[in-house]
Design a protein around this ligand. Structure first.
Ligand code: HEC
Ligand code: HEC
Length: 379
């Protein structure tokens, strides 16, 4: 029976998975609810690596680590997305650009080429890496970089000029800078996650506890109604009632960066807001207050702390939150209910979540080429 279900989960849509699980006796009511998500596959392996233009990705790798791409030359992408810290910064809330304190957690970049959305409020499309790089580089909160200044700086590094010539033809230029780093992001891919191997047919890749956790995830715990498909995300936004980080109420700089974000997004009456309202600032629809984009769950074993506000330090704490039926707040999803999980069931769910974690690619900051003044007449 177990083996049969494994094969089914790999190829069949959610409705069929619901039947398979119902047959095996796991909470029929929950699985019927899960079936509402339609014909999307319930579980699917991590997609194959995206095709990468190697010369661009090689260049993008240098740029990812180069602080000369920030306004005051103190910050690089890797400052906040550090390979040694799971391509994040290990903190609840991101520091932000020099002397700014950002108001949200910095997400990991593991498998970032496979997102439905970028940003916790889902304000950017997950299929456009160049757009998210442009945002990170030019935003006052992250790298505060003027793209003309970036262009002139890079032109004074002969190695970069040569790499741009090879990768794109021509000199460093805004769109090419975004494109090169975007291409590098596609290479940040994990491998051999036990659950991925399991879905690809290796029955022994999951321990008994992780298998029980998988059944809970797809059944009684109802996680699969939002975390499904190859990205383990439904590509929607939901309000779970995740608490704000307490610092939002006590730290003026965090609040300033939040209100500045709301203001930039044209949020109505934003000076009356003091909590992170999430997707509301994107849609301006009050029904979206408190909603955040469902994140991918691949690699969650190495990306603590969790949630947009970084308030949960461990996967066990996340599972306790769901077991309690989520938190409080406006527009809370009807899909969250107290789960009544036993201690053992919670541990099984954590084992399953841990099995979504693969081997991180090995990466070390490259040695960066130095400035060398460009000859007159060549700019
Ligand atoms: C000062 C810290 C900081 C720096 C520097 C920074 N980021 Fe980020 N990054 C963040 C934070 C914080 C978010 C989430 C913002 C939000 O949701 O409001 C984020 C989000 C992202 C995302 C979306 C991930 C997802 O799953 O939604 C990508 C991709 C990304 N950054 C790539 C980069 C790249 C590439 C660079 C360099 C060009 C960079 N970041 C520089 C802090 C930083
Ligand atoms: C109603 C849809 C929904 C359901 C059901 C749901 N999730 Fe989530 N999940 C989300 C959203 C949305 C977030 C981000 C919320 C935020 O940051 O405020 C999230 C975040 C997470 C995170 C943190 C990821 C990170 O990178 O920080 C984990 C882990 C997680 N969910 C696991 C689960 C598990 C386990 C279950 C079942 C017990 C579950 N989810 C059920 C929508 C859902």
């Amino acid at each position: 029976m177990k083996t049969k279900r494994t094969i089914l989960t790999r190829v069949l849509p959610l409705a069929a998975l619901a039947t398979a699980i119902a047959v095996s006796g796991v909470h029929a009511a929950d699985t019927a609810k899960a079936a509402d998500t339609g014909d999307k596959p319930a579980f699917a392996p991590l997609p194959d690596a995206k095709e990468v233009k190697q010369a661009r990705a090689d260049l993008g790798r240098y740029l990812f680590f180069d602080t000369r791409l920030s306004g005051d030359t103190a910050t690089s992408c890797s400052t906040c997305h550090d390979p040694a810290k799971g391509w994040s910064d290990g903190q609840q809330l991101s520091n932000g650009y020099t002397s700014i304190s950002y108001f949200r957690n910095a997400p990991s970049l593991f498998n970032a080429a496979f997102r439905n959305f970028y940003m916790w409020d889902g304000r950017l499309d997950g299929s456009d890496q160049g757009a998210v790089v442009r945002d990170m580089l030019t935003e006052a909160h992250t790298m505060n970089m003027d793209s003309r200044l970036a262009q002139e700086r890079l032109k004074q590094v002969p190695e970069y000029a040569a790499m741009f010539e090879t990768a794109f033809g021509g000199d460093p230029y805004g769109g090419k800078i975004y494109g090169a780093i975007g291409e590098y992001i596609k290479t940040i891919r994990t491998e051999n996650a036990p659950f991925d191997k399991f879905l690809k047919g290796d029955k022994k890749a999951l321990g008994a506890d992780a298998k029980r956790g998988m059944d809970l995830f797809a059944g009684k715990a109802g996680c699969i109604s939002c975390h499904n498909g190859a990205t383990l995300s439904d590509g929607k936004r939901h309000a779970l009632g995740v608490p704000d980080n307490p610092e939002l109420a006590t730290n003026a700089e965090r609040q300033i960066s939040m209100l500045r974000h709301f203001s930039t997004m044209g949020t109505p009456n934003y000076m009356n807001l003091r909590t992170d309202v999430g997707a509301y600032v994107v849609s301006k629809d009050k029904a979206d207050i408190g909603k955040f984009a469902t994140p991918s769950l691949w690699d969650v074993g190495q990306t603590a702390p969790y949630m947009h506000s970084g308030v949960f330090a461990s996967l066990a704490a996340v599972v306790d939150f769901y077991d309690a039926g989520g938190g409080d707040g406006p527009n809370k999803s009807g899909l969250l209910k107290p789960l009544g999980l036993s201690k053992k069931e919670k541990a099984d769910l954590v084992a399953f979540l841990t099995s979504l974690t693969g081997d991180a690619p090995k990466e070390k900051a490259p040695e960066l080429p130095a400035y060398k003044l460009r000859e007159l007449g060549k700019n």
